[in-house]
Write a protein that binds this ligand. Structure first.
Ligand code: NDP
Length: 310
């Protein structure tokens, strides 16, 4: 039985080597050279792989999606019905995102946009001292990434709040959940961090209504998906001063076309979907573990919940 591997050409061999280093007995076939379709028992694939193609393999018993985000799996036609799909939950993905969130929280908290503008103008001017204990941070989504980011921010002394679908108790983090919890948290979020999965319920959630609930001059940090933000609403909020700055890693579409206003907006800091990048050697152990579990008929790790949408 064989494992089908399909990802960006540049990462294909790194992934193959990382999987083989853990289990040299694996027979790995690099897409499109799948060989005999009946041999394929597991498919380790990323967003560009056509989910309809996976219906060719009659003995497929596991699909691994090579990232933390799973929204691409919900686009028609979706994965073959009845085949479990696992995502990656990886220590290095999580810690990279934590660093990116910290970088941008500190950028806004320490008035870095203002100091860079002053430097460009050769102006020596001390701004009022920022007070960490008074800069309230609201995190949309306290999953793998949001929970870690919340812990880092707590550690620095920021008051941290988090919004989830179901009630969730996290030490030192004030919890909000459901439709009623969102406005309550937003009204107190000096910095709003989005680390939600993109689902039917969360698409466009960062819109004029939500941005209008933030304290005037708040900041937005989006490391989740471009589809969470209504771009026209964010640009209007930035231009009116309701939002004082935004750090964006994700966009719709990607790559962001050169003509889009974010590229040159003085109050927007961009990265090209690079907040957190999968490192095959770090992520491979859970993939191999899941292949072994699937063979043994054991419960799988990090399964996508198709009913919940993430
Ligand atoms: P998880 O699935 O672990 O956590 C998702 C969190 O969002 C949970 O706390 C969940 O609530 C909450 N949530 C989901 N739907 C809703 C809703 N309708 N209302 C309120 N809360 C909701 O995801 P991860 O933390 O692993 O990843 C989050 C996202 O980050 C990914 O889906 C991906 O899109 C993005 N990402 C971006 C990367 C980048 O480089 N920019 C890299 C990796 C991921 P509950 O706790 O109740 O389930």
């Amino acid at each position: 039985m064989a494992v089908l591997l399909s990802t960006k050409a540049a990462a294909m061999e790194m992934w193959r080597d990382a999987l083989l280093a853990l289990d040299p007995t694996l027979e790995i076939r690099l897409f499109p050279d799948a060989g005999e379709p009946a041999d394929i028992e597991a498919a380790v694939v990323w967003t560009a792989h056509d989910m309809a193609e996976l219906r060719r393999y009659p003995n497929l018993r596991l699909i691994v999606s090579m990232g933390a985000g799973v929204d691409h799996l919900f686009r028609p036609p979706g994965p073959p019905p009845g085949i479990p799909v696992a995502r990656l939950v990886d220590r290095m993905l999580t810690s990279q995102m934590g660093e990116w969130v910290l970088l941008n929280v500190l950028r806004f908290h320490r008035q870095d946009l203002e100091y860079r503008a002053l430097q460009r103008d050769r102006t020596w001017l001390e701004l009022p001292a920022p007070v960490t204990a008074e800069r309230r941070i609201g995190i949309l989504g306290l999953g793998e990434l949001g929970t870690h980011a919340a812990g880092l921010l707590r550690g620095l002394g920021f008051p941290v709040m988090g919004w989830t679908r179901r009630p969730r108790a996290l030490d030192g983090v004030e919890g909000f959940h459901g439709d009623a919890g969102l406005p309550a948290m937003a009204a107190r979020s000096d910095i709003l961090v989005c680390l939600l999965p993109l689902t039917a319920a969360t698409r466009g959630i960062v819109n004029a209504r939500l941005l209008g609930l933030l304290p005037r001059g708040a900041f937005l940090i989006n490391g989740a998906r471009g589809g969470h933000v209504v771009d026209a609403d964010l640009l209007a909020a930035l231009d009116s001063g309701q939002v004082a700055g935004a750090a964006l890693d994700v966009f719709e579409p990607e790559p962001l076309p050169p003509g889009r206003p974010y590229w040159s907006h003085a109050r927007v800091v961009m990265t090209p979907h690079a907040a957190s990048i999968t490192i095959p050697a770090s992520a491979a152990p859970q993939v191999v573990e899941n292949i072994h579990r699937a063979r043994a008929g054991q419960p799988l790790l990090n399964l996508v919940d198709f009913a919940a949408g993430y």
